[in-house]
Design a binder for this molecule. Structure first.
Ligand code: K7E
Ligand code: CUA
Ligand code: CA
Length: 652
């Protein structure tokens, strides 16, 4: 082997590499005093089998089986079968890539500034993002976690996706036809807005089988209003559940809860939304958040909540106009009128996911080696007064492994849960788990396990969050890549691992490196998404409709420059402004050919944005530096792309 050849020794299935990471992770957490929680106790307080490190029944996926990797390649010129729409974590963006190839197609700026697109730079994007009185951006950071599209009839309709900003408590909407963000709403009186999920049907009107509401969970309890009172009185802190209108993006109502809210799931019948809560203790320090043996999965009876809002059984918080109803336990003791139902689940659950048959919610406890399966039908029965205890809605609680986080489903009755600490995906059978819970000793819920590299967060199946779950692929978004890729300095990429789940045994078929830090994705069939590549000039109210309309207009110290772009020229070769002018440049791209995007940058003025075919955008800045400034096209468009430039003359 020559020096340049890659060493063949580091095989992906080398178990030693996995053990190394696992041990350090456990040691780190044990050092933090979490050993007890991780040991995972069953009802009797005895450590469980899984807690001892053993798989409940099935061994780790046999490494021996050969995988035909080429089967999962997408040859040059061919297209992927799926889109993956993925959050970008604290990059504040959303990404779109293809599966099974893993090709990255697009990064959609949402809560972040992006100088390629001009997001956070153009007037139009700043208006969506929100500005202060002086026109500066209100926030320019964000933390996206959960991406969920709109539904019709239990499956994706290709209209919008919603994504949260955990930092500033905002909900954004991305249009799926243009794959651009069109609205951002700030939710009042919450911090740590984490979980988001659209509804799938109307809770009342059976004729509405599409998404009309988006539900949002707040993870951090705060004083409400958070105006300086009760600063260090955690007993007065609260979290809120919020409903946002999917079309107008207005906040409709909020529900005050006991404890906190984390991820959100919604039922296929439209009647229920639910959220796992890990801090039912109202703790402010992490050890306080782990004191209770059980936390909860909180169910929201949407129809009753909306009736209470309509009937005015509400209050307001501070200056917020949003009506709030009381969803705390004490106010909802009678199931027949209750707005909420707190189903106890083992301590500190992290995720909750609805099964595609509409029957169950799986809620996993990261400090318990179990997944709790809650029946949709039984929750409704509890709300009807037909069950004694909220806990009676639980139909299974299989032991699946250490550090279970998120669960995805196939179309054959199997669930796939990410095991953060075990660094595995565990496949378990829903019916077997139910039988086992009912006492059937022969029922073996766990049917397969596969190692992932390393420490998975979310995992998602193809179409798995719809009733069209197809059971073909599982994508594991892992939190550490360690040695899986060529080293690139201290910040490692994450590993998104593609697993073929179509057979009895899960097969790892590809490693994709992804830039930090995706949390959640959805894997959506390509035929569902219908995009457009070219805008119509008339769609933009401020469009410069004809290249002949290019001109400079002055109104006192305010100057507007009307510009068009047509490769390889801008509509004006030069324009003159005076030092101190407030200059607005409006640029309409009159090239209507697909893929013919122009860029527009002005040196020393921090101006940089693109105009897609038919699109209009504008920027406003103060001409405070006299001189000649070459405005030029930044986006390669033509053989004479470099010549595509005009002069801005700023008189002293
Ligand atoms: Cu588990 Cu924000 Cu969905 Cu990350 S959360 S993994
Ligand atoms: Cu226009 Cu490059
Ligand atoms: Ca807890």
């Amino acid at each position: 082997m020559s020096k340049n050849e890659a060493p063949a020794s580091a095989t992906p299935t080398d178990p030693a590499r996995r053990r190394f990471l696992n041990t350090t992770t456990l040691a780190g957490i044990a050092g933090a005093g979490l050993t007890m929680g991780l040991a995972g106790c069953n009802e009797s307080g005895k450590p469980t089998k899984a807690a001892a490190g053993g798989a409940a029944s099935a061994p780790a996926a046999a490494a021996g089986e050969a995988v035909e990797y080429s089967k999962y390649e997408v040859p040059p010129g061919q297209l992927d079968a799926y889109y993956a729409l993925s959050s970008g974590g604290h990059s504040g963006e959303v990404r779109i890539y293809g599966l099974p190839s893993g090709r990255l197609f697009k990064r959609i700026p949402v809560f972040n500034i992006d100088c390629l697109v001009g997001w956070g730079i153009t007037n139009e994007s700043k208006k969506i993002m929100g500005t202060n009185a002086d026109g500066s951006l209100k926030y320019f950071t964000g933390d996206t976690h959960h991406v969920h599209p709109t539904y019709t009839d239990g499956t994706y309709n290709g209209k919008y996706i919603f994504v949260n900003d955990k930092i500033h408590g905002r909900l954004a909407r991305v249009r799926l036809d243009t794959m651009e963000c069109d609205r951002i709403t700030e939710i009042p009186n919450v911090q740590g807005f984490h979980g988001v999920f659209p509804d799938k049907r109307d809770p009342v009107d059976a004729n509405i089988n599409s998404t009309t509401r988006v539900f949002c969970g707040a993870e951090f309890q705060i004083p409400t209003p958070n105006d300086g009172h009760d600063l260090d009185k955690p007993e007065n802190y609260f979290a809120l559940f919020t409903c946002v209108d999917a079309e107008t993006m207005e906040v409709r109502y909020q529900v005050k809860v006991d404890g906190n809210l984390d991820l959100i799931a919604t039922s296929y019948d439209g009647k229920l939304a639910c959220s796992n809560q890990y801090n039912s203790e109202n703790g402010v320090h992490y050890e306080q958040m782990m004191t209770a043996e059980r936390d909860a999965c909180v169910f929201f009876h949407i129809e009753r909540i909306e009736a209470a809002v309509k009937a005015g059984k509400t209050f307001r918080i501070g200056n917020s106009p949003v009506p709030v109803v009381d969803g705390r336990k004490a106010a909802n003791a009678d199931p027949k009128t209750a707005l909420t139902c707190y189903v106890p689940v083992p301590k500190n659950p992290h995720g909750v996911n609805a099964s595609p048959d509409g029957k169950y919610f799986a809620c996993s406890g990261k400090l318990s080696p179990t997944a709790t399966l809650i029946s949709n039908e039984l929750v409704l029965k509890w709300f009807d007064g037909g069950l004694k205890e909220p806990r009676d809605t639980v139909v299974a609680e299989p032991e699946i492994g250490l550090g279970p986080l998120h669960t995805a489903f196939d179309n054959r009755g199997n669930a796939y849960t990410t095991l953060f600490l075990d660094s595995q995906i565990v496949k378990w059978n829903v019916e077997a788990a139910i039988k086992s819970y009912q006492g059937d000793k022969n029922a073996k819920p766990v049917v397969d396990r596969i190692d992932v590299h390393y420490q998975p967060g979310h995992g998602f199946t193809s179409m798995g969050e719809t009733k069209e779950a197809d059971g073909k692929f599982f994508l594991s978004d892992n939190k550490f890549s360690k040695d899986r890729f060529l080293p690139v300095g201290p910040l490692h990429p994450e590993t998104a691992q593609l697993i073929d789940i179509s057979g009895d045994k899960m097969k790892l078929v590809a490693d994709h490196a992804v830039y930090s830090e995706p949390h959640d994705s959805i894997v959506i069939r390509r035929d569902i998404i219908k995009t457009r590549q070219v805008y119509d000039v008339a769609e933009f109210p401020n469009a410069v409709k004809d290249p002949k309309d290019c001109r400079v207009e002055r109104n006192g110290k305010k100057v507007t420059v009307y510009l068009t772009s047509q490769a390889p020229t801008f509509g004006l070769r030069e324009w003159t402004v005076k030092r101190g002018d407030e200059v607005t440049i409006i640029l309409t791209n009159h090239d209507k050919v697909q893929d013919l995007t122009h860029g527009f940058a002005i040196p020393k003025y921090n101006v940089n944005f693109i105009v897609n075919p038919g699109e209009t955008k504008s920027v406003t800045f103060k001409a405070d530096k006299p001189g000649v400034y070459w405005a030029y096209c930044t986006n390669f468009c033509h053989a004479l792309h470099l010549e595509m430039r005009s002069r801005m003359l700023v008189e002293a």
